[in-house]
Design a protein around this ligand. Structure first.
Ligand code: UTP
Length: 286
């Protein structure tokens, strides 16, 4: 019997230095892909996958994330008064108690950010979504993973193939036997030096984890880049708990980089009936 995944952690306390100067005063997660901020896509993905409680791990300068999901009283009253539809605001309205925030006072790494949510997660399995990784698929990435998790239990993390020349930028797994889209994980390493990666399967930022990973993070041990790495804490659980990689069937856009961000905007603009014709015309003319 697997325990249902009800909670998801969204680590959003990173500094977003690759997108400076924009991220000097705008959180990376509030940058828009077409007309929705990145965080909206991640929340939609979690909602569709059946998640009931969203936990933001925020930092200084990130309060617009909480405001975005609140009721915008003035805006709504003014719009209603003018007879304008409030429909565009619908996805940004959170249910009462749906979103909880906790601060990571210092950006000490992804593992540390997840650990900051330990008391809110409690003793149950949880998902982690990195909102700057935009994952497009039908069903969506987390929904595909939840379906797989319900069959095998344990820990299920999304994995994607990247060229061998890029593995040094990511968490990378050593794969074992494969069954459909699931591959057993034998080991994992964060940002392996070039030429040393155990495979070209990287972790793009979607995880379903058992609560024991929080105990591993208690040690606050630092790893690659001097940061407290989630990959290291997960690696220490391999052999003690089932650990599978899920080969996601869909597209990934790394919106934390300028090129990935622009490509994601084009890709999603081309899927929108109201936006695509002009964008297609423009691109065709280039
Ligand atoms: P990144 O590696 O993309 O780091 O973090 P970053 O700071 O956001 O961006 P760059 O590299 O400086 O451009 C991956 C995820 O982990 C979160 C980030 O917010 C992002 O969702 N994170 C990272 C934290 O919440 N806290 C941290 O200390 C580090």
């Amino acid at each position: 019997m697997t325990r249902r995944v009800r909670k998801a952690v969204f680590p959003v306390a990173g500094l977003g230095t690759r997108l400076l100067p924009a991220t000097k005063s705008v959180p990376k997660e509030m940058l828009t892909i077409v007309d929705r901020p990145l965080i909206q896509y991640a929340i939609d993905e979690a909602r569709e996958a059946g998640i009931e409680q969203m936990i933001f791990v925020t930092g200084r300068g990130k309060s617009s994330l909480d405001d975005y999901f609140d009721i915008a009283f003035e805006l709504e009253t003014t719009m209603s008064g003018k007879g304008k539809s409030l429909d565009p605001l619908a996805p940004s309205r959170s249910g009462f108690g749906e979103i909880v925030s906790v601060r990571q006072q210092q950006p000490l790494g992804l593992g540390h950010a997840v650990w900051c949510a330990r008391d809110i997660v409690g003793d149950e399995p949880f998902a982690v979504l990195l909102p700057d990784e935009l994952m497009l698929g039908r069903p969506n990435c987390l929904a595909q993973m939840v379906e797989a998790y319900e069959k095998v239990g344990g820990n299920v993390v999304a994995a994607l193939e990247v060229p061998a020349s890029e593995t040094h930028k990511y968490g990378v797994i050593e794969p074992g036997s494969t069954d459909g889209r699931l591959t057993e994980i034998r080991a994992m390493v964060e940002k392996p030096p070039q030429g040393t990666a155990p495979s070209n399967l990287m972790l793009p930022g979607r995880y379903i984890l058992q609560p024991e990973v929080m105990g591993q993070l208690d040690s606050q041990e630092t790893g690659a880049g001097g940061e407290i790495q989630l990959t290291d804490a997960m690696a220490r659980l391999i052999g003690k708990q089932p650990f599978n990689a899920f080969l996601f069937d869909g597209q990934r856009h790394d919106c934390g980089s300028a090129s990935g961000f622009v490509i994601a905007n084009i890709a999603l603009a081309l899927e929108r009936d109201d936006v695509a014709p002009k964008v297609r015309d423009y691109l065709g003319g280039l």
